[in-house]
Ligand binder design. Structure first.
Ligand SMILES: C[S@@+](CC[C@H](N)C(=O)[O-])C[C@H]1O[C@@H](n2cnc3c(N)ncnc32)[C@H](O)[C@@H]1O
Length: 144
């Protein structure tokens, strides 16, 4: 599951939705009115897509983890695993994506089992969140 739980820009949700469809994952979004409009606008898929709406992202994440689902955070961090070293998922896994401006909030960090970072050699400070999420989803799906 791809979980952009604190999204800022609607265009990224449409892009993530298409990647989810490509790798056989579901998208998890906060339950907010503007998100529905963003998904409707960005959904170019022919089939109905798998989307879960959660009213309280942190509570949902904690419950999923307590139930045995692996939680992988996608973030630039000192203790992160590099994308190339991330193995394919062997069980139900949530890919947590950060806010476009603030990243993953501090109160969500204790809920992450692993943090994965995509190495960068350019001058930019970070990748677009939908690009970062798509790369990690493909790696976890074992399709790269
Ligand atoms: C634009 S970035 C957030 C940048 C924010 N200013 C910060 O310092 O955290 C949005 C999200 O994309 C993902 N992301 C972007 N580049 C990444 C990278 N190189 N490795 C891992 N995650 C990345 C993370 O989930 C991040 O929270």
């Amino acid at each position: 599951m791809a979980a952009p739980l604190w999204p800022k820009y609607d265009v990224n949700l449409g892009t993530l939705l298409r990647t989810c469809d490509a790798v056989g994952a579901c998208l998890v979004v906060p339950r907010k009115p503007w998100i529905e409009a963003a998904l409707a606008k960005g959904n170019t898929l022919r089939q109905p897509s798998c989307v879960h709406r959660v009213p309280r992202p942190l509570d949902w994440l904690a419950a999923q983890r307590a139930g045995g689902t692996a939680v992988v955070g996608v973030e630039l961090a000192d203790d992160a695993v590099r994308l190339g070293d991330l193995p394919a998922a062997r069980k139900r896994t949530i890919v947590v994506l950060g806010n476009e401006g603030e990243g993953i909030p501090a109160d969500a960090l204790p809920l992450l089992d692993t943090v994965v970072e995509i190495p960068m050699v350019g001058t930019g400070l970070s990748l677009n969140v939908a690009v970062a999420g798509s790369l990690v989803l493909y790696k976890l799906a074992g399709l790269l």
